[in-house]
Design a protein around this ligand. Sequence first.
Ligand SMILES: Nc1ncnc2c1ncn2[C@@H]1O[C@H](COP(=O)(O)OP(=O)(O)OP(=O)(O)O)[C@@H](O)[C@H]1O
Ligand SMILES: [Mg+2]
Length: 251
Amino acid sequence: MKIMICGKGGCGKSTITVLLAKAFQKKGYRVLVVDADESNLGIGRLLGTPVSGSLLGHLGGKKALQGKMMEAFPKGKPLELFTEKWKIEDIPADCLTDAGGIQLMPVGKIEAFGEGCACPMGVLSKMFLENLEAQDEDIVLIDSEAGVEHFGRGVEAGCDIIVGIVDPTYESVLLSQKMQAMAVKAERRIYFVLNKLNEQVEGALAGHMPEVEIIAKLPQKPDIFTATLEGQALDVRLPEIDELCEALLAR
Ligand SMILES: Nc1ncnc2c1ncn2[C@@H]1O[C@H](COP(=O)(O)OP(=O)(O)OP(=O)(O)O)[C@@H](O)[C@H]1O
Ligand SMILES: [Mg+2]
């Protein structure tokens, strides 16, 4: 199953991706985390490992990919990056970092001042995910960049389920409505997770979201916040995350 995690900046996408990755691994699944955030660098740290390599690097870097895109798109030709379907075991080793058995694959990062937009990374994320065949024992978690630009790029096309993370802000509520509408257009299933909850905000936040399906509610946990502030690996086990795994598997 390929599950894309998305939502507003800072709502907890990377945190929840890592907690889910560890929980699915404990259940015996083979887990691949796809880091589709072209800016943030923190997910390797959350998984407890320095990261090396990326899919973009494997393909020769951004300039090389842009060259292939310019060769194909203006002439209406298909961009041929993958000659055959990939399973997780087909992903080249130089794209992957092993984090205690969880495989992490960054799509590619913005590296230099003035290097231009991140569209090639969006194209690559979309094509990689459409080309990747997840087996029954596989869970692929895609940690996306903040906002809804990936919907504009059609990255969702290669995913089975979208999980929208909502923190207790009105901006996040508004974005959830937009994500819901875009997912319907993209014909993807979308479910929502409320994050950083305490008793005071839980009812109010859920009350703002009557028209979407909420499948989990996660508490505000000081030990999560402190671990990320200190640059430590996330080693927190939450019953709500185990329940979220079950809820996703049941859908
Ligand atoms: N349930 C939680 N309890 C406490 N703190 C949390 C929780 N979830 C996330 N955080 C904190 O919120 C901050 C943002 O989390 P995270 O980096 O996962 O968000 P993100 O959505 O991936 O952000 P970005 O859009 O920048 O990629 C971090 O400091 C993290 O520790
Ligand atoms: Mg993040």
